[in-house]
Design a protein around this ligand. Structure first.
Ligand code: ADP
Length: 378
């Protein structure tokens, strides 16, 4: 948009016409004061200022707006009827002007200058946009870098904890063998192995996250019976946590097409979370069903600490941990992210329903046929 400022209506009219014929959008002001109001309110690419106006003249307007952020990219063309002396022109430049044209205005020269300044304005705008985008990008990267540093520190701690315990049990074992004492070797060994298994799980999860990130998580899909898988997972969980009751309900005898090992990983994750985040409860419920449109739906319910409503939408994001419980429970926030990616790769969805202090139901649903999955994932 170009602003023409002149106290004479006939000048305004003819300049406006010339510019509009050349496809420029034009606004007009008939005094310095009016121009000032407009410039401070709206962004103009160019202001064409008549130098000699009663009241505030063109130079005064230019003086006032110079340095103002709203008009910092605006070019100014002064129109002067009488004075073409050097000092006069200098004054124009000192006020932040970029050029001048003498009256009577030669339309060709005016258009030539306006076109040049307009291009300049557009380039400056583009440059400003690029700068802004770059600044935002830098901010995003800085935040990502900070998050990565935080993650590295938590991850090292999480990895070191089982490693330290493992080392301690092995040292106990070594000492008791050396001393020939009657200590429970088998127990030390079992505990060391348990810790090594924790370490193994953490590292496998880290590798899975990195495979997901680089698009290299391979699935090996076959047809399998979901009941067999669920019962074997329930059996494994019962062995690891003999104090827990797993209560199954619904329809389980379902033929499912998918990566059995990865679906098993999702179930184990849901179960271990249901146990970990419900330290005062012994029951974990699992309900399965096959919907009319051939979706397997699995819900794992606990009576644990629950999740505040405002935290629920982020749960399946990478490295996300609920702040309120992150100190009390160890973890890296990778499990649910991996589950969500695995289920997505089967054309399905994950979700949660939870009430703080009452418990949570984590669920997933996925189509059971190869055809539907292919349609949804390709
Ligand atoms: P991690 O358990 O290692 O932190 P997850 O990705 O499995 O990682 O879980 C992410 C977060 O979701 C957890 O930190 C926890 O705050 C919350 N969460 C997961 N499962 C439950 C659950 N059953 N009850 C309450 N909170 C849960």
């Amino acid at each position: 948009m170009i602003l023409i400022v002149d106290d004479k209506p006939e000048n305004l009219f003819s300049l406006k016409k010339v510019l509009e014929i050349n496809d420029f959008e034009v606004d007009v002001a008939s005094s310095g004061e009016e121009a000032l109001k407009k410039i401070l309110k709206k962004k103009y690419a160019i202001a064409i200022l008549d130098v000699q106006m009663p009241g505030m003249d063109g130079f005064e307007v230019a003086d006032i707006i110079s340095g103002h952020s709203q008009s910092k990219d605006m070019s100014i063309i002064f129109l002067s009827a009488v004075n073409k002396e050097k000092s006069f022109i200098k004054k124009g430049y000192a006020s932040g002007a970029v050029d001048y044209i003498t009256k009577p205005v030669d339309p060709d020269i005016l258009i030539l200058k306006v076109k040049t300044f307009f291009r300049l304005y557009q380039q400056t705008q583009k440059l400003t946009e690029t700068q802004q985008a770059l600044r935002e990008e830098i901010e995003v990267r800085k935040r990502a870098e900070k998050k990565k540093d935080e993650f590295m520190s938590i991850a090292s701690h999480e990895l070191k904890t089982p490693l330290t315990s493992m080392k301690a049990y092995l040292q106990l074992l070594e000492r008791s063998i050396e001393d020939g004492t009657n200590e429970p070797h088998a127990l030390y060994l079992e505990r060391a192995l348990m810790q090594s298994e924790k370490l193994n799980t953490l590292i496998t999860d880290l590798l899975d996250v990195s495979k997901i990130e680089s698009g290299k998580l391979k699935l090996h899909k076959t047809e399998f019976n979901f009941k067999n898988l669920l019962l074997s997972v329930a059996d494994l969980i019962s062995k690891m946590h003999p104090e827990i009751n797993i209560i199954t309900s619904g329809e389980m005898d379902i033929r499912v097409y998918g990566d059995e090992i990865r679906i098993e990983q999702v179930l184990i994750n849901y179960f271990t979370n249901a146990i970990k985040y419900a330290p005062d409860s012994r029951d974990v419920r699992v309900n399965c069903s096959l919907t009319d449109d051939q979706y397997l739906k699995v819900q794992v319910t606990d009576q644990g600490i629950g999740i505040p409503r405002e935290r629920q939408q982020n749960l399946f994001e990478k490295f996300y941990r609920v702040e309120e419980s992150s100190v009390r429970f160890q973890g890296l926030g990778m499990g649910l992210f991996i589950c969500s990616e695995i289920i997505k790769r089967h054309g399905g969805q994950v979700g949660v329903e939870s009430e703080q202090g009452k418990g949570s139901t984590f669920y997933f649903s996925m189509p059971v046929t190869k055809e539907m999955q292919q349609e949804l994932t390709e």
